[in-house]
Ligand binder design. Sequence first.
Ligand SMILES: Cc1cc2nc3c(=O)[nH]c(=O)nc-3n(C[C@H](O)[C@H](O)[C@H](O)COP(=O)(O)O)c2cc1C
Length: 322
Amino acid sequence: MSNIWKTLPKPFSVLAPMDDVTDLVFREIVCETSKPDLFFTEFANCEALCSEGKKFQESRLRLTNLQHPIIAQIWGVEPEHFKTVAQHIRSLGFDGIDINMGCPIRVVVKNGACAGLIRDRKRAHEIILATQEGAGYLPVSVKTRIGLNTIITEDWIGFLLEHHLAAITVHGRTAKEQSKVPNHWDEIGKAVQLRDRVAPNTIIVGNGDVKTWEEALQITKVHGVDGVMIGRGIFENMWVFERDQQRTHEPREIIDLLKKHVALFDHTWGTTKKFDVMKKFFKIYVNGFAGAKEMRADLMESKTSDDVLQKLQAFPQNPTGI
Ligand SMILES: Cc1cc2nc3c(=O)[nH]c(=O)nc-3n(C[C@H](O)[C@H](O)[C@H](O)COP(=O)(O)O)c2cc1C
């Protein structure tokens, strides 16, 4: 089987993994609006996946045929668990496995997982080797930041580049910076230069603050990344990966998409996921027309998918702009 990273166009687009956002259902909706060249799942925890209570985590590793190519993202602390989970992922039909070494959540970092691995090279090394062993023919990649408390791009990315990874996604901030400062694109550029010197086969994806595909193209020209990952940009534009940005999308079309999303959420998750998870999407869809704010407030009061669908029935065919 070929390494999926090597088959992508240059530059390629990636929808960022976002916990409780880029689930099976949201990705299916994005397939209808503007599909990126590559999807990631939300991160799934290896320790939980190797325990009795694995059901919830397994729901994070569901996919449909439409969603290929797609990378399963995992996180945790025990190398053995990474190996077991990587073997399992191989049987699920994913196109690759990504190790999260970037999540900055304090308790996670304190336990030595995700961005906590930046200061524990021995464990990071063991986790990569164990995942590669379990993954077999599937390519293994890492998504990370440029340091834990201080910027150490060349030191940290240099270490990762010694591991024959298929790809490294670099979010241009330290874990300490979270998302509070502008993304350091110049540091991502340094990672690309280092890659060119020491591991030319490893793909570098740049990530941080990109809101449009035009911006992504500009960045690839300036900093030389092979692809660009967009996360929060999709909250502002569901068609962010559409190459023809001249096309406009009317509120009616966007509300119809919300209806589809709500119905699919209900059909897929039933009562296994809290309905409140759906509410964070209202801001994406209900926007840009007179009365949108009031409509959002009303939708936030909903308790079920049926409530939402009923409220959306009253949406006019041709709403006026703001
Ligand atoms: C709600 C939310 C959930 C996230 N969950 C994950 C995750 O599961 N795995 C991961 O690697 N990054 C996660 N991230 C980080 C994003 O993938 C991305 O690196 C970050 O948002 C910066 O990119 P952006 O500026 O394009 O949003 C999350 C970000 C957000 C906003």
